[in-house]
Design a binder for this molecule. Structure first.
Ligand code: APR
Length: 323
C-alpha cells in the first residue's frame, strides 16, 4: 500500500517540528513548503540525514513549489506571522488573511482531495477563510487549537494536584482567543471531579480561587510562552497537537478531540467555525459530540463565538474581492 502523503505549508518554527514528528512517527512521506527559498529544502535535508539514527523510512522533500503538494492526503498549514510580545492573536488578522488566501488557492489547485488542518492564527478566522476559498466540504477543513488549549488546562490541573497528566481529562471549547472557554464542570482525574479534589484540599472558597487561576492561565497560556520566548510563539506544543489530529485521520482512530469545526446549529451556533469536541477519523470530522452546556458555560461560549464573529466581519475589508 502506498504511504500517506502529508504536506506542510509554512516551514517556520511549527512547520519544522511538524516535519520531524511526521518522520519520527512514520506517518507518511512529507513535503515542506515555504516561500523562503532554500530554507524548507535545508530543514528537510537536516531531518532526512538522521533517518538511520531515528529509524524511519519516509521520503522528505522541501520545496518552494505548490506543484509538489499534489496528491496530499493531509495538508497542515502554519504559514503566517506569529505574535510578538504584547500582541493578541487577533492582531495578526490583516497580514495572515492575505497569506491564507494564497495558501488556500494553492491547496485548492494542487491538493483538491486533501484534509486540511490549519494552525495559523487567528485560528477560527483562518479556517473559515480556507474553507470558503477551497470550497472543500467542511468535514475536510478544520483547525487545531482545542487540543493544545485543553492540554494546557490538563497540565495546570496535573501540576496543582500532583498527579500524572495522563490521568487528567479537561477540555477547552470556543474560539482560540482570550475568550476561550475551559469547561470546569467536567474536568476530572480518571473520572474523579477536579473541583471536588480542590475543595477537599483547600475548602470551598480557596478551591474556587485556585480553579479560577488555572482557567485564566489556560486562556493566556499562549501569551505566557510568547512573553518568555521574546521572539515568536509556541511551536512544539501546536505541532504535537496537530499531529494528534492528523494521526487520528490517517489511522482512522475515531478520537474525540476538541477541533475548530463548522457548526450547523450545534451548541446554538449556525455557520461559524469554533472549537467543539469532534470525532476524527478517516472521513475527517465524522461527528460533533454535542452536549448540554449549563447557563454560565453557554454564556461564555456565546461570548467567545461573538469574538469570532467580530473577526469574520472584518474579513471583507481585508480581502475586498471575497466580499
Ligand atoms: N506561503 C507560505 N509560507 C509563508 C507565506 C506564504 N504566503 N508567508 C509566510 N510564510 C512562512 C514564513 O516564511 C515562515 O517560514 O510561514 C512561516 C511561519 O513560520 P514562523 O514565522 O516560524 O511562525 P510559527 O511559529 O511557525 O507560527 C506560524 O502558527 O500558531 C500560529 O500564530 C502562529 O500564525 C502563526 C503560525
Amino acid at each position: 500500500m502506498a504511504r500517506a502523503k502529508i504536506s506542510l505549508i509554512g516551514g517556520g518554527q511549527i512547520g519544522g517540528v511538524l516535519a520531524q514528528l511526521c518522520a519520527l512517527r512514520e506517518l507518511g512521506d512529507v513535503v515542506l513548503f515555504d516561500i523562503v527559498e532554500n530554507m524548507p529544502q535545508g530543514k528537510m535535508l537536516d531531518i532526512a540525514e538522521v533517518a538511520r539514527v531515528d529509524q524511519f523510512d519516509v521520503n522528505l522533500k522541501g520545496t518552494n513549489s505548490y506543484a509538489d503538494i499534489a496528491g496530499s492526503d493531509i495538508v497542515i498549514v502554519t504559514a503566517g506571522l506569529p505574535r510578538k510580545p504584547g500582541m493578541s492573536r487577533d492582531d495578526l488578522l490583516g497580514v495572515n488573511a492575505k497569506i491564507m488566501k494564497q495558501v488556500s488557492e494553492g491547496i485548492k489547485q494542487y491538493a483538491p482531495e486533501s484534509f486540511v488542518i490549519i494552525i495559523s492564527n487567528p485560528l477560527d478566522a483562518m479556517v473559515t477563510l480556507c474553507q470558503k476559498i477551497t470550497g472543500f466540504p467542511p468535514e475536510r477543513v478544520m483547525g487545531q487549537a482545542g487540543v493544545l488549549d485543553s492540554n494546557r488546562f490538563c497540565s495546570f490541573i496535573a501540576w496543582e494536584l500532583g498527579v500524572s497528566v495522563r490521568d487528567v481529562n479537561a477540555m477547552v471549547l470556543g474560539g482560540h482567543g482570550d475568550t476561550m472557554v475551559p469547561i470546569v464542570r467536567y474536568a476530572n482525574v480518571n473520572g474523579i471531579p477536579v473541583m471536588e479534589q480542590l475543595v477537599r484540599k483547600y475548602g470551598e472558597a480557596k478551591a474556587k480561587e485556585v480553579m479560577t487561576a488555572m482557567v485564566e492561565r489556560t486562556k493566556m497560556a499562549g501569551g505566557e510562552v510568547v512573553k518568555l520566548l521574546g521572539n515568536g510563539s509556541a511551536f512544539y506544543s501546536p505541532a504535537s497537537s496537530a499531529i494528534a489530529m492528523a494521526e487520528a485521520i490517517l489511522r482512522d482512530q475515531k478520537r474525540v478531540l476538541p477541533t475548530c469545526a463548522l457548526l450547523k446549529g450545534e451548541f446554538g451556533v449556525d455557520n461559524y467555525y469554533v472549537g467543539v469536541p469532534c470525532i476524527l477519523g478517516a472521513g475527517g470530522i465524522e461527528g460533533i459530540m454535542e452536549f448540554e452546556l449549563d447557563a454560565e458555560e453557554q454564556a461564555l461560549f456565546d461570548n467567545s463565538v461573538a469574538a469570532v464573529k467580530g473577526l469574520i466581519d472584518e474579513l471583507p475589508s481585508i480581502l475586498p474581492d471575497m466580499a
